[in-house]
Design a protein around this ligand. Structure first.
Ligand SMILES: Cc1cc2nc3c(=O)[nH]c(=O)nc-3n(C[C@H](O)[C@H](O)[C@H](O)COP(=O)(O)O)c2cc1C
Ligand code: SF4
Length: 512
């Protein structure tokens, strides 16, 4: 028996001390020593998996390859893949192929094959311009952060996203939980108004216009989004259990501390589509901001009625965010996440059709969500007519989420989706904000490079003819045929196309 037996203990304590003070890895801060197991498994995973576990494309919602791409992009590590695709291109029905052009009209803007990390990719439409909103603006980024509320995410995660949004020059959607102090760290906001009107409600839970205006005046809010439904839980309200209603969350939401907080499944400020349009116009008049709606797609009756009313009455929404049924949530019953609401491409194309048939598609900014933080999915969305993509879970991955899928249990090991102080403290908002910004810049850069390969200046100019859907080795159909689009659908108007091309040629204006 000598000093030797203490060596492993001393080493363990040393590692634990290091893990607790370091800031790079939330997992190690929260689970000193033990957390190294995850990194070890990650390191030897490819070799192990080849024999015993899943393949690179098998895990869901995000495959190992997809997560590796997000992690590497967020850390500015090598995000290339070697040896060629490991996707079963030849035998996967629905496989997407983007068609490059040998002699496109754009010469590659960047001599480096990876392009410029700070590639500028503004929206190809001016939000609110078609309806003459006083605060109409061109979003500086066609990639933005999707709604995730303070409550479903930790305060530190919200802060990391907001700082990251500021660094990447993109917008952060607040989600339906109201505007917290962590939303005021420099990033600009889209304020989401859900059925519980958090942050703009009176004591009875009814919408309160004055509180909305006060909130808009106190934060960098650029647009308002009325949430009608969410892809992962359409037609379903929400419940934040009383134990999670901390004093801070209660203050932000305007609700009592420690009591169960219910979001009803329907709005009370309007009862039908006609009243919704009145409400949209009232909000836009009172605040000057562009106003849009977010919805998952099921039955089409709402969309035909909405577009009919827009055509007949001249009232209208400035933007439409379509969330795919494959989208994420903090918590939802399995049947809703799995089986209610159409997946993004089907749902979006049906909605777009309703607008396009009535000639309204060029007057509305279309936003898409549902695993669109991956470049190939995003390109298909742009070709189908999306003007901007919103990213939620990919942004969570960028700030440390390891897809443990425990968001609904308040035990998130990386501090992203929890109100547990100990778990949240592991997440360093400053470091993670840089990761978020790196990821957004990389996605924008990849989208810019794919657009260049297809011979156009901006992904919004990629047409449905530029994308084909394979069915094995013998059948390939253009996107327009698959989704029943007419020629020209999916593109911004002629003047909008000319303007975005001219802007990109001139380059990003110097900050004022
Ligand atoms: C943790 C979490 C919380 C969310 N909270 C909201 C919310 O408050 N409001 C909303 O409209 N959508 C919410 N969503 C849905 C996302 O905004 C997004 O529409 C959906 O996850 C699809 O995007 P993704 O595939 O990039 O994650 C949430 C998603 C997650 C994962
Ligand atoms: S619980 Fe898991 S999936 Fe949810 S945010 Fe945390 S690490 Fe990610």
């Amino acid at each position: 028996m000598g000093w030797g037996r203490w060596v492993p203990w001393a080493a363990g304590l040393g590692i634990a001390a290091h893990d607790l003070v370091q800031r790079r890895h939330a997992l190690l801060r929260n689970f000193p020593v033990l957390g190294h197991g995850r990194y070890l498994i990650e390191a030897v995973g490819p070799e192990l998996r080849q024999y015993v576990v899943a393949g690179n494309d098998e895990e869901r919602p995000f495959s190992r390859d997809q997560r590796r791409w997000v992690y590497a992009s967020a850390k500015l590590e090598n995000n290339y893949f070697g040896f060629g695709t490991d996707n079963d291109v030849e035998h996967t029905p629905g496989y997407v192929i983007i068609k490059h052009r040998t002699f496109g009209r754009t010469a590659p803007a960047h001599p480096h094959p990876q392009g410029d990390d700070s590639v500028w990719l503004p929206c190809a439409k001016v939000l609110g311009a078609a309806r003459g909103r006083r605060a109409a603006f061109r979003p500086d980024s066609a990639v933005n952060i999707s709604g995730m509320s303070y409550g479903s995410l930790s305060g530190r995660a919200i802060e990391a996203l907001n700082r990251g949004a500021a660094a990447a020059g993109c917008l952060q959607n607040t989600g339906e939980g109201g505007i917290a102090a962590q939303h005021r760290c420099g990033g600009e906001l889209v304020w989401q108004i859900g059925t519980a009107y958090f942050g703009c409600r009176d004591e009875q839970g009814r919408f309160d216009l004055q509180r909305l205006k006060d909130g808009v005046a106190a934060a960098p809010v650029r647009a308002l989004e009325i949430k009608l439904s969410q892809g992962a839980k359409p037609g379903l309200g929400g419940l934040l259990p009383g134990v999670k209603v901390t004093a801070e969350i209660a203050a932000v939401r305007g609700i009592p501390i420690g009591k169960d907080c219910v979001s009803p499944s329907r709005h009370t400020a309007f009862r039908d589509t006609d009243e919704l349009l009145d409400w949209v116009e009232m909000l836009a008049d009172e605040t000057g901001l562009p106003v849009g709606i977010k919805s998952a797609v099921g039955d089409l009756e709402f969309w035909t009625e909405l577009t009919d009313l827009m055509t007949r009455t001249g009232r209208g929404v400035d933007f439409v965010t379509v969330d795919g049924g494959e989208g994420g949530t903090g918590a939802s019953p399995l049947v809703f996440t799995d089986s209610v609401a159409l997946p993004f491409r089907l749902g979006f194309s049906r909605v777009y059709r309703e607008f396009a048939l009535r000639g309204l598609h060029e007057q509305v900014v279309f936003v898409g969500a549902g695993k669109l933080g991956l470049p190939d999915n995003a390109v298909v969305a742009f070709a189908l007519g999306v003007d901007m993509v919103n990213v939620a879970r990919e942004a969570m991955l960028a700030i440390g989420c390891i897809q443990a899928q425990k968001c609904h249990t308040d035990t998130c090991p990386t501090g992203v989706a929890t109100q547990n102080r100990w778990l949240a403290h592991g997440l360093d908002p400053t470091l993670k904000s840089a990761r978020l910004a790196n990821y957004v810049l990389t996605l924008r850069r990849d989208l810019g490079k794919v657009a260049e390969a297809a011979g156009v200046e901006h992904p919004a100019l990629i047409t449905t003819d530029d994308v084909e859907i394979l069915d094995g080795q013998t059948v390939a159909r253009g996107l327009g045929e698959v989704y029943d689009y007419r020629p020209g659908w999916g593109l911004p108007s002629g003047p909008d196309q000319e303007e975005i091309v001219a802007l990109l040629r001139k380059g990003r204006p110097a900050p004022s």
